[in-house]
Design a protein around this ligand. Structure first.
Ligand code: NAD
Length: 459
């Protein structure tokens, strides 16, 4: 699809006071109350315009991402533009079907008068707030916005202040493409988010860390507002001794080191037996050299830490275990080399928090039993990955552990399948989105029963 859209008049982004924010929420509520966002045609138009925002601004989006994260252009094109466009196309193709009322089998209505019908229908919630993080600042802002609009809501987006160029770009582009009476971008950090959270929303969709997730949920509780919390965690990888190590290393390195490891579903650490760990050390070194050459700092394909705070935090984790390769840092350049640590133990500092950087610990276990026990000893992760040809191993990992998503063979790929719910469990979050799951997240599923008049009451 190559729809070209005439943009709305540009709106200047400005710093908003608490009163401005309250007035904005009131305005978006008033828009919702008119019913303007409910028709399928309006929703499809907004999605089409959002699609055009991506396709007509590829360069500007990639430039902003480079400025904020030195995000390599192929990564910007893939995860931040093509993936959201794919999500929008899938939604446009299926939205009418997802929104269609579901009817119950009349057999479920035994005891009610003849001719009774029952079913469910999605209805939009109202005005929703999307709070986004900095690591995939476009995708993680605008895919939730797409879901909120597809479900017929008005929406405020609060992008992350830690990706300022991208935040400013979205504040400029969104009002030019999307209905300005129904969608607004509020830029800013803690004060602005706090002011937003004081308002009553009909849903809050937050992506980020669990500490702020708790702040969001507490604020939402004041208004009994439902929340989706897309959080993080330490996503483990189990590598079986039967797996093809060259393929494992390539796929692992790609998932771990893109965006310099700052991906919520990146493999956090590897659990494997000692012999496989030795083979992986060699194969990972080759894979990383294949991706970034002998000096990743000089490679345009390799990103940077988002800021000094995260640079310092991740650098402090480099002392765990023994360094197989990498380990070099350059604070002025926010550079941390792709690093693999061997012989890491469960109580080492690098295992104490989500790494969210380009450091991959290898933790040795005797086998699957110990790996499962290790995983279950910790918070439920956002993703769990396995590399194995063994069906029993796959079945046991599925049955005996819990995580937001489970992927065998290709880490992170599950989030590219729009029909799969994307979300966490326990410490890694609650609720999910993508495709039809976004409609569920941003809608109320209303029960409806129609009983014909003119017949004797059953009681
Ligand atoms: P961040 O610092 O950008 O914070 C996210 C949002 O919270 C921002 O909009 C920010 O302004 C707001 N915020 C920060 N402090 C606040 C406060 N005190 N009160 C109110 N709002 C506040 O992002 P981050 O948390 O550093 O992101 C990294 C984390 O997010 C990692 O744990 C990662 O795993 C997780 N994450 C999860 C997903 C997912 O889809 N599940 C995706 C990306 C990142």
């Amino acid at each position: 699809m190559t729809t070209s859209v005439t943009p709305h008049a540009p709106t200047e982004a400005a710093t908003l006071t608490e009163e401005d924010i309250a007035a904005l929420v009131t305005r978006l509520r008033a828009t919702f109350a008119t019913g303007r966002t409910r028709p399928l045609a309006w929703r499809e138009e907004q999605l089409t315009r959002l699609r055009a925002l991506f396709t007509e601004n590829r360069e500007a989006i990639a430039d902003a991402l480079y400025s904020d994260l030195r995000k390599p252009r192929p990564e910007a094109n893939g995860a931040e533009i093509d993936l959201p466009v794919q999500e929008i196309d899938h939604t446009l193709a299926h939205l009418a079907q997802w929104l269609a009322p579901r009817h119950l089998d009349p057999k479920a209505l035994a005891g009610l008068p003849e001719g009774s019908t029952a079913g469910t229908q999605y209805e939009p919630l109202g005005t929703v707030l999307v709070i986004a993080p900095w690591n995939y600042p476009v995708q993680l802002s605008l895919v939730p916005v797409a879901g909120a609009l597809a479900a017929g809501n008005t929406v405020i987006l609060k992008p992350s202040e830690l990706a300022p160029a991208t935040s400013a770009l979205m504040a400029r582009l969104v009002p030019r493409y999307l209905d300005p009476e129904a969608v607004a971008v509020v830029e800013g950090g803690v004060p602005e988010t706090t002011a937003l959270l004081a308002q009553r929303f009909d849903h809050i969709f937050y992506t980020g860390n669990g500490t702020v997730g708790r702040i969001v949920m507490r604020a939402a509780a004041e208004h009994l507002t439902p929340v989706t919390l897309e959080l993080g965690g330490k996503s483990p990888v189990f590598v079986d001794r039967d797996a093809d190590i060259t393929t494992v290393a390539r796929r692992l390195a790609d998932a771990k080191f893109r965006n310099a490891g700052q991906t919520c579903v990146a493999p956090d650490y590897v659990l494997t037996d000692p012999a496989t760990a030795r083979a992986l050390e060699v194969a990972l070194a080759e894979a990383v050299e294949g991706m970034f050459g002998p000096d990743p700092q000089a490679s345009e394909a390799y990103g940077r830490m988002v800021n000094e705070r995260h640079f310092d935090r991740v650098s402090a984790l480099l002392g765990s275990g023994t360094t197989v390769f990498g380990g070099r840092t350059d604070r002025d350049d926010l550079y941390i080399a792709p690093t693999v640590l061997a012989g890491v133990r469960g109580d080492d500092p690098v295992m104490g928090e989500e790494i969210f950087g380009p450091v991959l610990p290898l933790v040795e276990v005797a086998g699957l039993d110990e790996a499962i026990a290790f995983i279950n000893d910790r918070d439920k992760p956002l993703a769990l990955y396995g590399f194995t040809e063994n069906e029993t191993t796959r079945r046991r990992l599925a049955a005996e552990t819990s995580s937001g998503g489970l992927g065998f063979g290709l880490p992170m790929a599950h989030l590219r399948v729009p029909e799969l719910p994307f979300g966490g469990v326990g410490e890694s979050g609650m609720g999910s989105y993508h495709g039809p799951h976004s409609i569920a997240a941003f809608s109320h599923r209303r029960a409806r029963l129609d009983v014909p008049l003119g017949q004797a009451s059953p009681r």
